[in-house]
Design a protein. Structure first.
Length: 394
C-alpha cells in the first residue's frame, strides 16, 4: 500500500495561450533573480554602490549559461552527437542540461570582465555572491523535478519520487529525489556561509571558497546516488571526480589566502563612499563645502570659532541697549563695542572725581600739593578717607 510519495508533474510545460511556460526555465530564472537580489544587498552592506551587482550580472549571467551548457554537452556528447542523435538538440537548453561546474567557471570569467569595467576586484564580489548563488542552485534543481530527470536509485521511503514518464528510456517507479536532496543541501550551505561570514569576517574570496568546498562535499554523495547515464573514471562518475578535485582546490585556496591576506577588505568599490552612502544618490553631510562637497557640522563650528568676529554680528551687540539682568549688569553673552565705551566713560568719571578731591584739599590749606594725575589712579573711597584724616589734623 502506497502511504506517501512525491508526485511528479504530468507535464513540465504550462501554456499561457500560445506561449509555453516551461518549469525548467522558470526555476532557472527564479534562482537568478533571488541570487541577484541577495548579492545586491550584500554588496551595498560591504560598502559598494547599489546597482553594481546587476551591472556585473549583465556579463556573468550569459557567460554562466553558455558555460553550463558547454560542460553538459561536452561531458554527455553521446546524447547529441551519437548515432541517431540530432546535434541541433544541443541548443535546446529548455529541455534541461546545465552543468554547474561550467556555469560557475565561465560565469566567473564574465564576472571578472564586469568587475574590470567597474574598477573593482573580483574576490569581494565573489564573497558577496556566494550565498545567493548557492540558493539559486537550490531553486534551479526543481527544474529537474518538472522534467522528471536526474533522480536516484529505487527506494520505498515515504519521500520517494514517483516517476511516471517513459521518455528517454525512463522506467516508471519510485526513486530517491536527488533533486530535493541537493536543493536542501544548498539551503544549508547558504546558511553556513552567511553564519561563517558574520562570525569570522571572511574576505578576499574565502566566503566563495567556503561555499565551493561545502557544496562539493554534498554533491559528491548526492551524485553517487544517481542512476542516469554518465561517464565513469576508475569506478566513479565523472562529476564525482570533478567535485573531489574542486573541493581540494577550494580548501587549499581558503587556507593559503587566510595566511597571506588575513582579515577583510575595507574598501570594495573605490569612490563608493565619496559623496555616496552605498547608493546612487548623494548624501549631504553639511554645507558650504568645496567642489560641491559639504562640510560636517563640526567643521562649520570650528570655522566660526576661529574666524574674526565683526562688530555688530553678535547676538546682542550693536542692536540696541543691553538688557539688564536685574542688578544693573548687562546680560551675559552681550559683550560688544558698546560695553567698551561704557568702561571708558567710567574711567574718565573716576579721574574727574580724583581731580576734584585734590582741588578741595588744596583749597582747605592742608599744605599738600595737588595731584597732577601722573601717578597711579586710586579709588574714590581711598581719596575720601585721606581728605577726612587731613580735616581732623587741622
Amino acid at each position: 500500500m502506497e502511504l506517501a510519495y512525491i508526485p511528479s508533474p504530468s507535464s513540465g510545460v504550462l501554456y499561457l495561450g500560445p506561449v509555453p511556460l516551461r518549469g525548467y526555465a522558470f526555476s532557472i530564472l527564479a534562482g537568478l533573480f533571488v541570487a541577484l537580489w541577495i548579492v545586491d544587498r550584500r554588496w551595498v552592506a560591504r560598502g559598494g554602490r547599489k546597482g553594481t551587482a546587476w551591472d556585473i550580472a549583465f556579463w556573468a549571467v550569459p557567460f554562466g549559461l553558455v558555460g553550463g551548457r558547454l560542460y553538459h554537452v561536452i561531458t554527455d556528447y553521446q546524447l547529441y552527437f551519437g548515432e541517431g542523435r540530432n546535434p541541433v538538440d544541443a541548443f535546446k537548453i529548455w529541455e534541461g542540461g546545465l552543468g554547474i561546474w561550467g556555469a560557475v567557471a565561465l560565469g566567473a570569467v564574465g564576472a571578472w570582465i564586469g568587475c574590470r569595467r567597474r574598477g573593482i576586484a573580483l574576490p569581494p564580489y565573489a564573497d558577496a555572491l556566494a550565498p545567493g548563488l548557492v540558493l539559486a542552485q537550490g531553486i534551479g534543481r526543481w527544474g529537474n523535478w518538472f522534467n522528471q530527470e536526474l533522480y536516484g536509485r529505487e527506494t520505498d521511503l515515504p519521500w520517494a519520487l514517483h516517476i511516471t514518464s517513459t521518455d528517454g528510456g525512463r522506467v516508471p517507479g519510485y526513486y530517491h529525489p536527488t533533486f530535493l536532496y541537493e536543493s536542501l543541501w544548498c539551503v544549508g550551505v547558504a546558511l553556513l556561509v552567511i553564519w561563517a561570514d558574520r562570525r569570522f569576517k571572511l574576505g578576499h574570496g574565502r566566503v566563495f571558497a567556503l561555499y565551493v568546498a561545502a557544496y562539493c562535499a554534498g554533491r559528491f554523495w548526492i551524485e553517487y546516488m544517481r542512476v542516469d547515464e554518465a561517464h565513469h573514471v576508475l569506478g566513479l562518475r565523472l562529476n564525482n571526480w570533478t567535485a573531489l578535485i574542486v573541493f581540494v582546490l577550494a580548501v587549499v585556496y581558503f587556507v593559503v589566502s587566510a595566511k597571506l591576506r588575513p582579515g577583510r577588505e575595507t574598501v570594495v568599490e573605490p569612490g563608493a563612499a565619496d559623496g555616496f552612502a552605498g547608493g546612487d544618490e548623494a548624501q549631504p553631510v553639511g554645507k558650504n563645502g568645496k567642489d560641491g562637497k559639504t562640510d560636517s557640522p563640526e567643521a562649520e563650528q570650528e570655522k566660526e570659532e576661529a574666524g574674526p568676529k565683526k562688530p555688530g554680528t553678535g547676538s546682542k551687540a550693536g542692536t540696541g541697549p543691553e538688557e539688564d539682568d536685574g542688578d544693573g549688569a548687562a546680560a551675559e553673552g552681550g559683550a560688544g563695542p558698546g560695553d567698551a565705551k561704557a568702561e571708558d566713560a567710567k574711567i574718565e568719571n573716576a579721574k574727574a572725581e580724583d581731580a576734584g578731591a585734590q582741588t578741595a584739599r588744596t583749597d582747605s590749606g592742608d599744605g599738600e600739593p595737588a595731584d597732577t594725575g601722573s601717578g597711579p589712579a586710586e579709588s574714590g573711597d581711598a581719596r575720601s578717607r585721606d581728605g577726612a584724616g587731613a580735616a581732623k589734623k587741622s
